[in-house]
Design a protein around this ligand. Structure first.
Ligand SMILES: NC(=O)c1ccc[n+]([C@@H]2O[C@H](COP(=O)([O-])OP(=O)(O)OC[C@H]3O[C@@H](n4cnc5c(N)ncnc54)[C@H](O)[C@@H]3O)[C@@H](O)[C@H]2O)c1
Length: 424
């Protein structure tokens, strides 16, 4: 069988997918696109080192014309949906990095492009495939803790130290222009894939600004964000993420069910800067309040030999690409584990609607079930976001009380810090 011809758009985070594709038995990396030439050249050299000549494009329009079965989108986080729609309409399967859409309008258009094309759209929410979260999914699907009642998802990553190397001192970089609840799928995503449940209601919260951090260019300021969700069975979920102080950051999850609970290990005794990899599982027995507690390091249970080569992000960085390929090929693991467009949009619009809630005194917002065409109409023209190019007259501030403004010197300073680091 011929290998799938796959291209990658965005060669920074996209290098993760480049590396998976260069070693995958069912796929062939054929092209990479990035306007930043050093990143593009690095991708070309990485391919050459394993004996492959790939096409390199600075322009998306030229890349688009390349003969490809599928494309990985690792471009700007707020621009995935329009590129995904264009690619689906041209007959290409799409794997999208986080986030799935910038507005609810885009989410609906993306769903409809997937439905009309009949092609595979997969969401690369790799936090769902970390050793701890993926094992929790296996245990949940095994019925070990019953039905979800309460869960917490925590993605705390104070990016202040790496801001120069991830925004390059660009005033218009998406990371500088987000609203605080936007980047919510690392904390919410695993809870939805573990439980298989749909969120139906959300209230959003945002902390005060941490003004002790030197100015780096974020219009929201350095803040933490919380989403409180209700799931379709009545369970409650707390999701927390953002720029809170904890080193190393926290990627922790806990799930309480009707018959037990599971949690990741926040403070393992041997903690030495690595991500905690143990989980604890409590299962109630036949007598109430009596059961067993296990504590162990999860082992990979799907295609472990291939997956073990990729240790980044808690061992998760192989699976999103792998399950995408498996789903295109109609294989069972891909059909089961790849995250489809409906679940992706569920994850993403939790953050969009949580921010609307935060702007409205934390009032709860109903989350539409966009699987149902009738529920799309009310939201079809909803372009509210913080991006003036997309929002039209529905432009939102990046923080409820208004944007922080920065003089050009702040961006010059951040750019110089990045260049110093880059050229070192
Ligand atoms: N899942 C994870 O663990 C994880 C980690 C880091 C980043 N990400 C995601 O990866 C994506 C990319 O983030 P990043 O960290 O690589 O930083 P980034 O967004 O700054 O980089 C994107 C890259 O795409 C290129 N690009 C964007 N638009 C382009 C265009 N129109 N034409 C040509 N090139 C273009 C840029 O030059 C840049 O090199 C984002 O969606 C982000 O959310 C995910």
């Amino acid at each position: 069988m011929a290998k799938l011809k796959i291209g990658v758009f965005g060669a920074y985070r996209g290098m993760t997918m480049v590396n998976v594709l260069l070693n995958h038995p069912d796929a062939e990396l054929v092209a990479v696109c990035d306007k930043f030439v050093p990143a593009l050249e690095k991708a070309g050299k990485t391919a050459k080192d394993v004996g492959l000549n790939i096409a390199l494009y600075e322009s998306f329009d030229e890349f688009f014309k390349h003969d490809m079965d599928a494309v990985v989108l690792a471009n700007y986080a707020n621009e995935h949906a329009p590129f995904a729609i264009r690619l689906l309409k041209s007959g290409r399967h799409v794997l999208s990095e986080v986030l799935p859409c910038e507005t609810i309008q885009q989410g609906i258009e993306l769903i409809e492009a997937v439905e009309e094309s009949g092609l595979v759209y997969a969401y690369a929410e790799n936090y769902c495939y970390m050793d701890h979260t993926f094992e929790m999914r296996r245990r949940y699907e095994n019925g070990d803790i019953g039905d979800i009642m309460y869960a917490e998802g925590e993605y705390v990553h104070d990016c202040a130290g790496i801001w120069p190397s991830i925004t390059y001192g660009e005033r218009s970089h998406w990371r500088n222009n987000l609203f605080p609840n936007f980047y919510c799928t690392h904390s919410i995503g695993p809870i939805l894939t573990i439980s298989g449940r749909r969120p139906v209601r959300v209230s959003g919260f945002i902390t005060q600004r941490n003004l002790t951090v030197p100015p780096l260019g974020l219009k929201s300021g350095e803040v933490g964000a919380v989403e409180m969700l209700t799931l379709d069975n009545g369970a409650i979920v707390k999701s927390v993420h953002g720029h809170l102080k904890r080193e190393p950051g926290s990627v922790n999850y806990e799930v309480y069910g009707t018959k037990g609970s599971m949690e990741s290990q926040r403070f393992p005794p041997s903690y030495q800067g690595e991500r905690p990899d143990e989980i604890q599982v409590y299962m109630e027995g036949d007598t109430v309040c009596q059961g067993t507690m296990e504590r162990y390091t999860p082992q990979k249970f799907v295609d472990g030999d291939l997956a073990k080569k990729y240790s980044t992000h808690g061992g998760s960085d192989f699976y999103a690409t792998h399950f995408f390929i498996q789903k295109i090929l109609g294989r069972e693991d891909g059909m089961h584990y790849s995250i489809d467009v409906y679940t992706a949009i569920d994850m993403g619009i939790c953050g969009i609607l949580a921010y609307r809630s935060a702007l409205n005194g934390n009032a709860p917002m109903e989350i539409p079930n966009l699987r149902n065409p009738d529920e799309r109409e009310k939201w079809r023209n909803d372009t509210a976001c913080t991006n003036p190019a997309i929002a039209g007259d529905q432009l939102l501030p990046c923080y409820p009380s208004g944007n922080m403004e920065y003089p050009d010197e702040v961006f010059e300073k951040v750019r110089n810090m990045w260049l110093e680091e880059y050229n070192a």
